[in-house]
Design a protein around this ligand. Structure first.
Ligand SMILES: Nc1ncnc2c1ncn2[C@@H]1O[C@H](COP(=O)(O)OP(=O)(O)OP(=O)(O)O)[C@@H](O)[C@H]1O
Length: 656
């Protein structure tokens, strides 16, 4: 079809335009330009000017538009649109149907939406810039209606769409979610399984079923064929949690601690499982190493001065006699422990480039520490071994250098509130080196209690800042204890305004008061009164956890044995507040609740403090969370042994 220029003027460089199925041909006086319809960003547009027309052509290849003066035949625009639509409709219809399929197929993750948004934007430029002056076929009209809707989606529309997707999947997989665990999953638990954003944080409180959700999500991803077992990695904080998760999943190899993950990555690259140094596991070996190092270096006067200053500043120890005097003092063990802690923290801080900022403030202590580090590294290399920090450090190096290529599409991390910077960086590296991989972090900022091991609560409270755009949801029911215990423990922990507010309800009611107070003037009298009370009302085989802030505050072995043999109908275990994380029992008996012991204000060496994550502004923030952990272990009743003379300020603050 040819449209001749209807005006004759030198300003009109176009003689005619020719349209056929495949091309638009512009005949100029001295040239011919041919464009395939697909090369045109949108249908050429005729603009009416006072004396003529302009035909405007926009090429896909660049963003400039080309305009030619041309006096048009009246039907020219309709035909231009018609040819362009016919040639480009397959792209529109196919892209829109792919987008629709993508939206239905899996959860609308942030990355997926960004990709869809880009496509929608490009199509809108092509198709929606102006009304097309031709008859549109049904399939084009349908696709354009979808395009118009997608292009106008606001954040609220996206949220609504995601919500209806989740509701649809909850209906579709109802019987799966009902039968997955011993109990049907709650709506919040199901939602956490279905949501599959690139970065997802599930915030929970104590006893809200975090472990149930991790295992359920793992099984859901497999069941819905979004993942094969090899695509999934579950990371647990410690070996207890890892074993519990392994026990609940068939695909046991997919569950690891951070250390076993590091070990596996190293073994993969190096071809053999690395040997773990005895200095990491054996206290005697540690002590011998420190003594040997001290004896070897003590004759160096500068080392001696650094050591004397370190002991004075950190332990108020005055070096008066020989090295042997110090080595026979009770401080020796604490010194061994501190140096090993410093070696570990130094390595962790070094791995994330955090040492330089401490150089000036801790110049002497760092110099002393480096003496130990040199010897330590020599020891490990002679032994051809690594320590626990190396497992993560080396795994990161191999991942960053490309020697190791992670295969996991879905990384699920338990106890996220206690993740340390080095571990968080390893997770980031694994995600960055597997395109499209997703992170599901499950944590409870109210139970973050491992700062002394490098745990940094800010990875949870500022999750998106560290990991990028994220969907955060909460578990809203606790299955462990009554509303009364829930209220008092939540109020206590949230006295710190930095803790994230959560709305949690108790799943079941309990006829017993939340707390039984046992006031005492003598701790032993308190213990026997507490057990008398429990034995009176508890059914046979009721479980009891005796909990204390420190090992020193726990019952001595003979007292515990005496209680166990007196109350054989009860199943009694004792542990520290820290060790109780993740545990539950019918009754929790909290002991050692005196002013001096709780909150603990034991100070670490200043360099240790500086190497650990920043201290929170709120006073005793971590101690408060630790007490919250202890308060939330009891299913039936919490028994508080309160010294009449000097009760802990934490106990006085409880509102029941
Ligand atoms: N949907 C549910 N219905 C009934 N009980 C449930 C449900 N989900 C979990 N539970 C039960 O709740 C209890 C607590 O679960 P779990 O140990 O996973 O909690 P948690 O959030 O890890 O607790 P914590 O942080 O205190 O260790 C368990 O006994 C578990 O079986």
């Amino acid at each position: 079809m040819i449209f001749q220029n209807t005006a004759v003027s030198l300003r009109h460089k176009l003689k005619a335009i020719e349209l056929n199925e495949s091309q638009l041909i512009l005949q100029l006086h001295n040239d011919t330009l041919a464009y395939s319809w697909q090369a045109l960003q949108c249908s050429p547009q005729l603009h009416k000017t006072p004396f003529s027309h302009l035909i405007e052509i926009q090429l896909n290849a660049d963003d400039t538009s080309y305009k030619h003066r041309f006096a048009a035949h009246s039907d020219c625009q309709g035909q231009l649109d018609n040819y362009w639509c016919n040639a480009n409709k397959a792209d529109l219809v196919n892209t829109i149907s792919k987008i629709e399929a993508l939206l239905k197929q899996s959860f609308l993750s942030h990355r997926k939406w960004l990709a869809i948004k880009d496509k929608v934007k490009a199509l809108a430029v092509n198709w929606l810039a102006r009304d097309l002056k031709c008859q549109l076929t049904d399939d084009i009209q349908k696709a354009l209606a979808s395009l118009k809707e997608l292009v106008s989606w606001t954040e609220t529309d996206i949220a609504e769409f995601k919500n209806s997707f989740i509701n649809y999947k909850m209906r579709e997989y109802k019987s799966f979610f009902d039968r997955l665990e011993q109990h049907p999953l709650t709506e919040a638990q199901q939602r956490a399984c279905i949501i599959q954003d690139d970065r997802q944080l599930l915030l929970a409180g104590a006893g809200t079923g975090k472990t149930s959700v991790i295992t359920a999500k793992f099984k859901y991803l497999l069941h819905t064929k979004q993942a094969k077992a090899a695509d999934l990695l579950v990371l647990a904080y410690g070996s207890d949690a890892s074993e519990e998760l392994q026990a609940r999943l068939e695909e046991k190899d997919q569950v690891m601690t951070f250390h076993s993950l590091g070990k596996q990555i190293i073994a993969d690259v190096e071809g053999s499982v690395p040997k773990v140094s005895e200095l990491s596991t054996n206290l005697q070996a540690k002590t011998a190493f420190i003594i040997d190092t001290l004896q070897a270096l003590y004759s160096d006067d500068s080392f001696k001065q650094l050591l004397i200053a370190f002991l004075r500043n950190n332990f108020a120890y005055k070096f008066e006699g020989e090295l042997s005097t110090f080595l026979n003092s009770p401080l020796k063990n604490k010194f061994v422990q501190t140096i090993f802690m410093l070696i570990s923290l130094y390595k962790q801080a070094h791995a994330i480039d955090k040492i330089s900022e401490l150089e000036t403030r801790f110049s002497d202590d760092l110099t002393l520490l480096r003496h130990f580090l040199v010897e330590y590294n020599l020891y490990l290399s002679n032994e051809n071994s690594i320590d626990f920090d190396d497992m993560i450090i080396r795994a990161r190096q191999y991942t960053l250098s490309g020697q190791y290529t992670p295969q996991w599409k879905f990384i699920l991390v338990d106890e996220f509130q206690d993740i340390s910077p080095m571990r968080a960086e390893l997770v980031k590296d694994l995600l960055a080196n597997k395109s499209g991989s997703q992170l599901f972090a499950v944590g409870d900022d109210w139970q973050s209690i491992y700062r002394f091991n490098g745990g940094d609560i800010r990875y949870t409270t500022e999750f998106a800042k560290h990991f990028g755009h994220a969907t955060t949801t909460q578990l809203d029911k606790t299955f462990r204890y009554s509303q009364a215990l829930l209220d008092l423990s939540a109020e206590f922990v949230c006295a710190n305004p930095q803790q994230i507010t959560k709305s949690i309800q108790a799943f079941s009611s309990n006829s017993l008061p939340a707390v039984k107070e046992v006031f005492h003037t003598d701790p032993m009298q308190g213990v026997s009164e507490a057990f008398g009370y429990i034995a009176n009302q508890a059914p046979t085989n009721a479980s009891v956890l005796i909990l204390a802030r420190s090992h020193a505050a726990l019952l001595d072995k003979s007292t515990l044995q005496a209680i166990e043999s007196h109350y054989q109908q009860l199943s009694i275990t004792q542990m520290t507040f820290h060790a109780a994380k993740g545990k539950e029992a019918d009754y929790a008996v909290l002991i050692g609740l005196d002013k001096k012991s709780l909150p603990s204000r034991v100070k670490s060496a200043p360099l240790v403090e500086a190497l650990l994550p920043q201290v929170e502004r709120f006073k005793d923030a971590e101690e408060r969370r630790l007490f919250y952990v202890a308060l939330t272990r009891a299913k039936k009743q919490l028994v508080l042994l309160i010294p009449e003379q000097s009760p802990s300020e934490f106990v006085m603050e409880l509102n029941y």
